[in-house]
Design a protein around this ligand. Structure first.
Ligand SMILES: [Fe+2]
Ligand SMILES: [Fe+2]
Length: 272
């Protein structure tokens, strides 16, 4: 592994890496060294942040409509779902690291970077767990096409940290809290307890990720004397395409500090 020049340098190196073992190892190593305060936040030696993260040749990236959904009652169906989750987790690694690297000069306390490196560490763990499960089922990440929606959704918020937090943890990651319980139940119903156990770990960690997002979103709003729920709605309308999809997991969202006053007004169906 190359030298980690600083937290930002390690994050950028991980984002640039197209070798996914190296990417996830660098994410975790940078997090550990940062937690132990063995590296500084930034260094003049840090490489530039790339426009796009490093990725292997496969999977092929296609429009979201071309990614097929299949029944979870078959092994190919479960592989296809796990592949989609692996892709989400991989994007989540790069997105958490991108928040750290891109906003390393923002006026925020060091605990902001602690929170996001904890997220990056766990996303790297999630990607590896899901990939291992794919391997156990005779498949691998890259075997089928995937879509680029997550990275694109984050792109428009690259110059605004408050907007980035609204879209990435509070829209995209919060969506995971809505859909995962049904997937956990379906995996158990089909008897695939190993995949269900992987989803359990992800679900519990993701509550923490939304909480990190909500905490720092509220921090930035308080500092700028802005109303958090109204600011959230404005930023989402300006930076995220389409309405939010009900039903919401109101309990898990509220536990993470994301209350209905934030997102109810943004749904397509006003009553749910
Ligand atoms: Fe994750
Ligand atoms: Fe996450």
């Amino acid at each position: 592994m190359t030298t980690i020049t600083s937290l930002r340098g390690g994050a950028i190196d991980a984002i640039r890496s197209a070798d996914l073992d190296r990417k996830t190892a660098l994410a975790q190593e940078s997090a550990t060294r940062w937690f132990e305060r063995r590296i500084s936040l930034r260094s003049p030696l840090d490489a530039p942040l790339p426009e796009r993260p490093g990725r292997p040749d496969k999977p092929l990236l296609v429009p979201p409509t071309q990614v097929k959904k299949r029944s979870l009652h078959t092994i190919p169906g479960r592989i296809s779902l796990l592949h989609a989750i692996a892709h989400i987790e991989l994007n989540a690694v790069d997105l958490a690291l991108d928040i750290v690297a891109r906003f390393a000069s923002a006026h925020v306390p060091n605990s902001f970077f602690d929170g996001w490196m904890q997220v990056a560490f766990e996303e790297a763990k999630h990607f590896r767990m899901v990939r291992k499960r794919l391997n156990d089922l005779g498949a691998d990440y890259g075997d089928m096409p995937a879509h680029d929606g997550l990275w694109q959704a984050a792109h428009s918020t690259r110059n605004d940290l408050t907007a980035r937090l609204a879209v990435v943890p509070l829209i995209l990651e919060a969506r995971g809290l809505d859909v995962t319980p049904a997937l956990q139940a379906k995996m158990r119903e089909t008897g695939d307890l190993e995949s269900a156990a992987v989803l359990d770990v992800i679900y519990n960690d993701e509550k923490g990720h939304v909480a990190v997002g909500a905490k720092w979103f509220r921090f930035l709003c308080a500092r700028e004397k802005r109303d958090p729920a109204r600011t959230f709605q404005e930023l989402v309308r300006a930076n995220f395409r389409g309405p939010l999809k009900a039903p919401f997991n109101d309990v898990a969202r509220a536990e993470a500090g994301l209350t209905p006053s934030f997102y109810r007004a943004l749904t397509s169906t006003s009553q749910s």
